[in-house]
Structures are given as structure tokens and as C-alpha cells.
Design a protein around this ligand. Structure first.
Ligand SMILES: [Zn+2]
Length: 382
């Protein structure tokens, strides 16, 4: 069980053996009713205005309590810490277990005679549903400096003022106490819901402690009455924060490593991209240059034709012949073959116009002479 008072426990052989270790072999098991209750855990005790505000009981304290019961040193069961009346039962067994968050806790098994019908009814119907342990600790120390409220340097004023010798006030700035070690375990009480609010200092013990201040043995008289804190609905913030932070830190470290790797990859890829871009730029420049050269080459081609002396000559002859024919606007073809064809045709026309052995008109004669068109001239140009 995790919380408070459990249901009635079946008396198995193991449990019977535990009871006999404490109560002796003559005990009549048929007359006993057995219960189990959570006596202590390591959750901070919720007790405002006392030195147990936020106090944490050490696992060692619980281990020593368990050991005491396991040795057969039974602890009396009382009702509401009233030790003026006879005990109503006995705690006979405890062992450290772990809660859902793996924190140590101390469930205690105890028996009550079945003649205590009223009390048994109150337990069964949950009117009585918690236990509170009355014990003396070996040390109650300040979480900040380790000052021992039960030590030789402590006096009862430290307990009353909730402040250690070094000025650390309990309940402020997370200052709390650590309860460690079992000095004496006097009783375990059955208490009603809310009756045992975490922890108490018995007024009698407090008075006793104040009286003992002068003798310097103050705190040992402090009788603690502690009830295990209920596991909060929300997980213990400190535990959660630490574990979450540890998780986050590791996640962050992984993310950082991934990021560094990604950045390296990106840098490498960036380098590749830059190099490829440079290559592309180079190629583009070459293409532009080649295109320019090509354009230049295209421009050069007709010039070459123009400067060809044969073509120039033929074009000239073509033009002159056509002028002679009165066709000034005739367009000279571009190729030598076409020009020769054109010249031959013009020659034919011209021959037909000139009468045999004479010149029809001066103009034609002049034109024909000016043209200087002879086979000799043709040959000489070649
Ligand atoms: Zn302190």
C-alpha cells in the first residue's frame, strides 16, 4: 500500500511468524486483527511554523525503525498519542519499500485484539485512517549549514525561533531540516483524518526541553510525532525539475551536436555550391565570349565575299553591262556563277543590239568600251 491505512491484512504463515517473534509463541492469532499503515516516507513534511516545515526524514531513520521491529522489539499502538491510557495494540513488522516514484517509505504492520470492536469499526470505515509515529531522532539539522538542533550548540530558543545559530530561518529560502537516525521509538498512534497534521512537538517534551536547556542536553528530549506526507497529486517538484532538467540538458547536448554536424555539412555543401556557381559563371562568360566571336565571324563573312577580287570584278562587269543595256537598277547577284550567267545574258543582249561592223549609238559604244569587257581583260584579272 502507498497511502495511509491499508485494509485488514490476511495472517499468512509469514505474518504469523512475525507476530510470534514480537508477542511470543503463546499468542492466540485468532484473537488478533492485523493492519498495515504507511508510517513514514521521505516526502517533505508539511508543518508550517515548526522546525518540521519541509523537513525530510532520512531513509536511514526508517531503516533503523524497521530493524527495531524486525528484532522483535514491538512498538505500542496508541490512540491520538494518548500514553496515559493502555496501548490498544502493537506494531510488529516494517520494511522499507519504494513508492511509485521509487522513494523509500516505511509501511508498518500492527495488530489489535479483536475485542477492540469500536476501534476496528473506526478503522474499517476510515474514521481512523492514519498513523503518526512518536520517536526521538539522533539529529535534526539545518539544510543550509548542518547545524544540529539536537546538538550541544543548540538551545531551545533555536527550536522556538525556528532559526539556527547561523541565522537560517526554517521555512524561508527553502531552509528546512533533515531528521536523521533513530534514538528512540516510543509509540505509533492511530489518528483521525487531518488530526495529525504532519508533525508535532509534544508540549510536554517541549517544556521538558526548555527546562533542560541550562544543562545543555536540550534537544534529545524532543519527541517527534510525524505522519507520513501523502504523495502529492503532482510529482515532487524538486525531483521532477532535476530529472527534467537532466533530460533537457542531455537533449540539448544532443541537439547541439546535431546542429554542429548539420552546420559542418552545410558549410561543406555551401563550399560546393560556391565552387559550382563559380564554374557556371566561368562557363557563362565563355559562352558570351563565344557568342560574341560567332557574331563577329558572321559579320566578317560578307566582307570576305566583298573583298574577293573575282566577285568584285564580275559584279563590276555585270553592273556596267546592264548600264549599257539601260538597266541601271539591275541587282547584281552574289555568287560568281550567277554573275557570269547574268553577264553572259547581258552580253548576248548587247551583241544583238550592235549591228555587224558598226556601232548603233554612241552611248552603247561608249558603254561597251568603258566596260572594257574582253576575254583578255578577264584573263588578266585572274
Ligand atoms: Zn543553518
Amino acid at each position: 500500500m502507498d497511502d495511509g491505512m491499508g485494509k485488514r491484512v490476511q495472517v499468512t504463515d509469514v505474518i504469523a511468524s512475525r507476530i510470534k517473534t514480537t508477542a511470543g509463541n503463546d499468542v492466540n492469532l485468532d484473537n488478533l486483527v492485523v493492519y498495515e499503515a504507511l508510517a513514514l516516507n521521505t516526502l517533505p513534511i508539511r508543518q508550517k511554523g515548526s522546525i518540521f516545515d519541509g523537513a525530510v526524514v532520512s531513509e536511514r531513520t526508517m531503516t533503523e525503525m524497521a530493524a527495531m521491529l524486525q528484532r522483535g522489539e514491538g512498538v505500542p499502538i496508541q490512540v491520538m498519542h494518548d500514553t496515559k491510557v493502555l496501548p490498544v495494540g502493537k506494531a510488529f513488522w516494517a520494511e522499507i519499500t519504494r513508492d511509485r516514484s521509487n522513494r523509500p517509505q516505511l509501511p508498518v504492520q500492527f495488530y489489535i485484539p479483536n475485542t477492540e470492536t469500536d476501534l476496528i469499526n473506526k478503522i474499517e470505515n476510515a474514521t481512523v485512517d492514519e498513523v503518526s509515529v512518536g520517536f526521538q531522532a539522533k539529529t535534526i539539522t539545518c539544510s543550509k549549514c548542518g547545524f544540529d538542533y539536537l546538538g550541544p550548540d543548540a538551545d531551545f530558543m533555536n527550536v522556538l525561533s525556528l532559526t539556527c545559530e547561523n541565522g537560517h530561518a526554517i521555512g524561508k529560502d527553502s531552509v528546512h531540516t533533515h531528521v536523521d537516525g533513530l534514538s528512540a521509538w516510543h509509540e505509533m498512534s492511530l489518528v483521525g483524518k487531518g488530526a495529525a497534521n504532519g508533525a508535532k512537538i509534544l508540549s510536554q517534551a517541549a517544556a521538558q526541553g526548555a527546562a533542560l536547556t541550562a544543562s545543555g542536553t536540550t534537544g534529545k528530549a524532543l519527541l517527534l510525532q510525524l505522519t507520513a506526507s501523502k504523495e502529492p497529486t503532482m510529482p515532487d517538484p524538486v525531483t521532477v525539475n532535476l530529472s527534467e532538467l537532466t533530460g533537457f540538458a542531455s537533449q540539448l547536448a544532443t541537439a547541439q551536436a546535431d546542429l554542429a554536424t548539420a552546420k559542418k555539412d552545410l558549410d561543406a555543401k555551401g563550399g560546393e555550391v560556391a565552387s559550382l556557381t563559380a564554374k557556371i559563371d566561368g562557363l557563362n562568360t565563355q559562352i558570351t565570349e563565344l557568342a560574341a566571336k560567332l557574331a563577329e565571324a558572321e559579320k566578317v563573312e560578307p566582307v570576305k565575299i566583298d573583298t574577293d577580287p573575282t566577285l568584285s570584278f564580275l559584279t563590276d562587269q555585270f553592273t556596267k553591262l546592264h548600264v549599257a543595256l539601260g538597266q541601271k537598277d539591275a541587282t547584281a547577284p552574289k555568287t560568281a556563277t550567277e554573275l557570269i550567267a547574268g553577264i553572259t545574258a547581258a552580253q548576248g543582249k548587247l551583241s544583238s543590239l550592235i549591228p555587224v561592223g558598226g556601232v548603233a549609238t554612241g552611248a552603247v559604244s561608249d558603254a561597251a568600251k568603258g566596260a572594257g569587257f574582253t576575254n583578255a581583260a578577264f584573263k588578266s584579272r585572274n
